[in-house]
Design a protein. Structure first.
Length: 255
């Protein structure tokens, strides 16, 4: 409403009636809520600004990671040592997985939680495009529940998927045109646990393979990430299929 001095006030009005039907009086309650409404408007404006700044920060972080990856790619062209080249490729892949988190956040409404199903799909599709040689067909299959995680836990899942996926692609792709490499992602909610399984029909694991006794940085990193997620990881070999299965505890608002 307008004030005598030309300003405006926001008022809350309520009309109350006596319980006695014969009493025709009315009670009018008027409360000035101008300050409360101004406070809410200011709070909403600050939240919008925070979201805008967070999205800008995430976008710049993604661009920085992309720039670092590009520098690594340029440096790789001048490297002749196979071990060094493999290490640079692994670093690039891990940076790509981290950058994919911020790409996913930039596309979705939430700025603090990762839609894990879409995130893992994006990782798989991008890495399959990188590693496939044009001779052997690579089929990617998924069976994943809808799950949201905070950025830290989502990134850990992405790095675990990246290590296992690149292992499947590096050791599963060959020059045989008559053989199809199938890679499967499964993500299931089981009570208070998240069960993530990567399976492929590539080359079998060595007979002496161990998740705990290895010099592989990638496998050791997976073990550390799973431990940090309060989970556990196991593997199995069934005929032509090998499976890596990790179980993590669901916390907070994970759904």
């Amino acid at each position: 409403m307008k004030t005598f001095r030309g300003g405006e006030k926001d008022l809350y009005t309520k009309i109350a009636f006596p319980q006695d039907p014969s009493d025709h009086r009315q009670i009018v309650i008027v409360i000035d809520i101008t300050e409360r409404k101004n406070f809410i408007n200011s709070l909403n404006a600050m939240l919008e600004m925070k979201e805008l700044l967070m999205r800008e920060l995430q976008h710049r972080t993604k661009n920085t990671i992309t720039l670092i990856s590009s520098i690594i790619n340029l440096e790789s062209r001048h490297v002749r040592d196979e071990d060094t080249l493999s290490s640079l490729d692994s670093i690039r892949d891990r940076l790509s997985a981290i950058g994919q988190v911020y790409q996913s956040l930039y596309r979705q409404e939430s700025i603090e939680r990762v839609e894990l199903k879409q995130y893992l799909n994006d990782i798989a599709e991008s890495f399959i495009d990188i590693y496939k040689n044009g001779k052997q067909e690579v089929v990617f299959q998924t069976d994943m529940d809808d799950v949201e995680l905070d950025i830290k836990r989502g990134t850990s899942f992405g790095l675990i998927a990246t290590e296992l996926l690149t292992n499947s692609l590096k050791h599963g792709i060959s020059d045989k045109k008559d053989r199809t490499l199938i890679i499967r992602f499964s993500l299931k909610k089981a009570g208070n646990r998240l069960v993530f399984t990567i399976s492929d029909n590539g080359l079998p694991l060595p007979e002496d393979f161990s998740m705990t006794r290895t010099d592989s940085f990638g496998i050791n990193m997976i073990s550390y990430l799973v431990l940090d997620l309060d989970g556990e990881i196991s593997w199995s070999q069934e005929e032509v299929w090998k499976h890596f299965r990790s179980e993590e505890r669901r916390v907070g608002k994970e759904c």
